[in-house]
Design a protein. Structure first.
Ligand SMILES: [Zn+2]
Length: 121
């Protein structure tokens, strides 16, 4: 049986789902499909994250939030500008990715020997 999509490669026969497209067509589908919510730019995501929660949910703002927005508008800024400033002032944090990779590969060896002592009652 040939792949129903391209009619070139052999189809995958699933015991419950039946005839499925071939391996190449499935790989292409996974590569090209648009994630849920659509493809979004970094800019639009940044704008969304900068927008306060109460505004997104349509809730009534607290006095503190009204005051913050008033100050922001007075300074002639938008929520995106404030978010950009916040990100610019973000602290560098320790990146544990290389360490984790080493650990998972089993290459992380401790130099000090563990000492097993009897706990004092
Ligand atoms: Zn195919």
């Amino acid at each position: 049986m040939k792949c129903p999509k391209c009619n070139k490669e052999p189809a995958i026969i699933h015991t419950q789902l039946g005839v499925l497209p071939g391996r190449k067509c499935q790989a292409r589908y996974l590569r090209e499909r648009i994630p849920p919510g659509g493809r979004r730019s970094v800019e639009s995501r940044l704008r969304e994250y900068a927008t306060p929660f109460w505004k997104i949910m349509g809730l009534a703002p607290k006095p503190k939030e009204i005051e913050a927005e008033r100050r922001m508008k007075w300074a002639g800024k938008t929520y995106l500008d404030v978010q950009r400033e916040r990100l610019a002032g973000a602290k560098q944090t320790f990146d544990s990715t290389p360490l984790k990779r080493k650990l998972l590969a089993g290459k992380l060896v401790s130099k000090s020997k563990p000492t097993y002592e009897k706990r004092q009652p």
